[in-house]
Design a protein around this ligand. Structure first.
Ligand SMILES: *Cc1c(COP(=O)(O)O)cnc(C)c1O
Length: 414
């Protein structure tokens, strides 16, 4: 056996273009790597500073290297990282109690990711009806443009061809209807329907908020048919919308809710929240996770919640959202050939582009601003929720420069 090293791989810190990587190439990665972060700012391995309006895709709600989170993690790291869920985990019980005190929910199951939170939500919705003596009620209605994760069940729930193709028969039990089509939705409810699964703001699908009156309509429909309202707040939750959870803007509550991304502030973590009634089928032995809710994750989760629930935190999100959306609306008016529409909720904002969103994301990156693309040719702005006026100004100035350059290019071409 040949034990000599293959072509010595160069480290990420060198970030040489076209260096073959040992990572499975499932991402089209930018030639950019980071060394450190502080607040809303990142420093790349080649020493450049970037304003981070991607936040690890809506994850770093408290920014990078937040002192309270760093302290919570390092203190816990010296005490206890992991024990099994076959024992009580006091930090997890504390976090679950705090989350239920703050929301509609009575019970929480902790996971390590958004897709796992959805898996729990989907299983719970099915089990609820089984526990009621209606095991035939296992189907969930979902919406076009949805994104619920990359596991086999969640790609079936999302229903996007590009994510399903080549992976065999999709998991059974999801019926997709067009986004915003109330008639199609009502027609899709049948004797096998367990519930409706929806993101209050479609994230990956292109930052499309569900109007509050529509969420209220969904709640009424669920009550009328005895089915469950299951919300995917993986991206819209944990302060992102300017409320702790986006559905709070509508005044109605779900039966089950999947949460992740922001909840760990960068520590891999998710949660499935539910009313005691909706969760009644999930008794001992029905579900599990080796890592979910371990002491290290729970210490960080509690610290993130300290930050999010501090007085004035969500007000800042709402104020910065207003400021940002006003400035973006001005830019849309000035560059109508570049930006078609500004949409979103809180600090989950989207620019629907007239130019290819990938090119605009790359142009913004060259201007020192990190953003992420989404479906429907949208550029997503997902800053850490701790941003202030300076960051809003710096970001909108970068967007202005990039938009001006695109406008210039197209006028030259004309
Ligand atoms: C990111 C996301 C998921 C999947 O979360 P993972 O942690 O990547 O598994 C599910 N739903 C929504 C709405 C998301 O934005």
């Amino acid at each position: 056996m040949n034990t000599s090293p293959k072509n010595a791989p160069s480290g990420v810190s060198k970030a040489e273009p076209n260096t073959p990587s040992a990572l499975l190439p499932t991402y089209a990665r930018a030639e950019l790597a980071f060394e450190r972060g502080s607040g809303a700012w990142l420093t790349s391995t080649d020493g450049r500073r970037y304003l981070d309006f991607a936040a690890g895709i809506a994850v770093n709600v408290a920014g990078h290297a937040h002192p309270h989170l760093v302290q919570a993690l390092t203190e816990q790291a010296g005490k206890l990282w992991h024990v099994s869920n076959v024992y009580r985990i006091p930090e997890g019980e504390r976090l679950a109690k705090r989350l239920t005190d703050l929301t509609f929910a009575d019970v929480v199951f902790f996971t390590n990711s958004g897709a796992e939170a959805l898996e729990c939500a989907i299983k719970m919705a099915r089990k609820y009806h089984a526990a009621n003596g209606n095991p035939e009620r296992y189907r969930l209605i979902t919406f076009e443009g949805a994104f619920h994760g990359r596991t086999l069940a969640t790609i079936a729930a999302g229903g996007q061809k590009k994510y399903l193709e080549g992976f065999g028969p999709p998991v059974e039990g999801f019926d997709q209807v067009p986004f915003g089509d109330h008639k199609a939705l009502e027609a899709a409810i049948g004797p096998e329907t367990a519930g409706i699964l929806i993101e209050p703001v479609q994230g990956e699908g292109g930052v499309r908020p569900v109007p509050p009156q529509c969420l209220r309509g969904l709640r009424e429909l669920c009550d009328k048919h005895g089915i469950l309202l299951v919300l995917d707040e993986v991206q819209s939750g944990v302060g992102r919308s300017g409320k702790l959870f986006a559905h709070e803007w509508s005044g109605v509550t779900p039966d089950i809710m999947a949460v992740a991304k922001g909840i760990g502030g960068g520590f891999p973590m998710g949660a499935c929240l539910a009313t005691r009634e909706a969760g009644k089928g999930m008794v001992a032995g029905t579900h599990g996770s080796t890592y979910g809710g371990n002491p290290l994750a729970m210490a960080v989760g509690n610290a993130v919640l300290d930050v999010i629930t501090a007085p004035g935190f969500l007000e800042n999100v709402q104020q910065m959202s207003l400021r940002l959306s006003q400035r973006l609306a001005e830019l849309k008016d000035r560059f109508p050939g570049v930006i078609a529409e500004v949409r979103g909720s809180g600090l989950l904002m989207g620019l629907k582009m007239q130019v290819p969103n990938t090119e605009f994301v790359a142009a913004l990156r060259n201007e020192g601003l990190l953003t992420v693309g989404a479906g429907d040719n949208v550029v997503r702005l997902l800053p850490p929720l701790i941003i202030g006026e300076d960051e809003v100004r710096t970001a909108t100035e970068a967007i202005e420069r990039a938009a001006a350059a695109f406008a210039q290019k197209s006028s030259n071409a004309a």
